[in-house]
Design a binder for this molecule. Structure first.
Ligand SMILES: Nc1ncnc2c1ncn2[C@@H]1O[C@H](COP(=O)(O)OP(=O)(O)OP(=O)(O)O)[C@@H](O)[C@H]1O
Ligand SMILES: [Mg+2]
Length: 333
């Protein structure tokens, strides 16, 4: 029996940090800022670190640290990075028996180039993770889960999401979903059909604005539009402005627990997996919010998406939650 099975990417992350990297003005870039390297040069770097990443394995790490029986289901490449990830997952006591190896593509890789105390640029190779299809999944084993957590899935296999959600629905397994951008662009009816079979939906404000088809700035309108038809718990994260959670009965608004930010990789994953852990452990939204906020602050205080995650029974600072009782039916009338 598993408390939770996670789906989503598994990547091998390579972190490169150097004080010498500097922000350069680049008028033709979106943010008008960039990191520039001279062509043909060899550049010595100060610091390099490695760890596993990707939404599927990051969230599995959180669940396992919270003492939940966790399995990760995904595809790795048949290569050293795939082996490193397997070793790390086993060290984290995550069941790896649902993992498959691709003969076609190398393991996903991310190269994270960061300027200390500034920001980072990530180069991503999307490889083996996107090859997972329904036929690779050991459904008999997945059927033993109480919860399924679905991190963003690759656009290369558009039917996988609906396959997982339908299976969970049939087997009465609860589902938490953090859809990918590609999934948010799905035909409206199909997306609505899928969402109605999930229990918790996580979106950042940008993604929520895309799903709702409401301008990014119109925060209240975005939340109202989604919660008018979404039957589960809707969670919209807003980066350093915190998040909003809406259930059938109540709405909760809260900010962040401030802490030092070493590396912001994994903010979304640690928040969502902290929240779901709280729901699995206590079935209490306020406790889930506390664990989510604390897990993300703790995650950002270390480099990498897994190194700073909270451990079971580790104490943490609490956040102030503004709770309002408001029935969905009243809101839409
Ligand atoms: N600087 C910060 N300090 C503390 N907590 C933070 C910070 N940034 C984000 N968080 C927490 O993490 C949550 C998720 O962050 P965000 O909204 O940026 O998600 P995301 O865009 O999905 O992130 P990701 O890029 O990891 O996918 C926020 O709601 C907030 O609670
Ligand atoms: Mg995210």
């Amino acid at each position: 029996m598993f408390d939770v099975v996670t789906f989503g990417s598994a990547t091998w992350d390579i972190f490169i940090r150097d004080k010498k990297f500097s922000l350069e003005k680049e008028n033709n870039l979106f943010d008008k800022k960039g990191i520039r390297f001279p062509l043909g040069a060899k550049i010595d770097i100060d610091e390099i670190k490695f760890s596993s990443g990707g939404g599927g394995t990051n969230t599995a790490a959180s669940f396992s640290y919270q003492g939940l029986k966790t399995a990760y289901c995904g595809m790795l490449g048949d290569d050293p990075a795939g082996e490193y990830i397997l070793t790390e997952l086993k060290r984290l006591k995550i069941d790896t028996s649902l993992i498959k190896k691709s003969s076609k593509k190398p393991t996903n890789h991310s190269i994270i180039i960061s300027i200390p105390n500034k920001d980072r640029t990530i180069l991503i190779y999307r490889g083996a993770s996107g090859d997972l299809s329904s036929k690779d999944v050991d459904w008999q084993k997945v059927a033993k889960a109480k919860w399924i957590y679905i991190a963003p899935l690759s656009h290369r296999n558009p039917s996988l999401l609906e396959g997982i959600v339908n299976f969970a629905h049939k087997k009465k397994i609860k589902v938490a979903l953090n859809p990918s951008n590609a999934q948010l662009s799905m035909p409206r009816e199909k997306m609505t059909r899928i969402l109605k079979k999930t229990d918790i939906l996580f979106l950042n404000q940008e993604e929520a604005s895309k799903l709702a088809r409401v301008a990014h700035k119109q925060e209240k309108k975005i939340v109202d539009k989604i919660t008018n038809y979404y039957p589960g718990i809707f969670v919209m994260t807003k980066g350093e402005r915190g998040a909003t959670v809406v259930s059938q009965a109540s709405r909760y608004d809260f900010g962040i627990i401030k802490g030092k930010v070493v590396d912001r990789t994994g903010a979304g994953d640690s928040f969502a997996s902290g929240f779901v852990s709280g729901m699995i452990l206590k079935d209490d939204i306020e406790y889930a919010i506390q664990l989510a906020a604390a897990n993300s602050t703790s995650c950002l205080s270390e480099w990498g998406a897994k190194n700073g995650l909270l451990k079971k029974n580790q104490s943490f600072k609490k956040i102030k939650i503004k709770k309002r009782d408001e029935k969905i039916s009243q809101k839409s009338s």
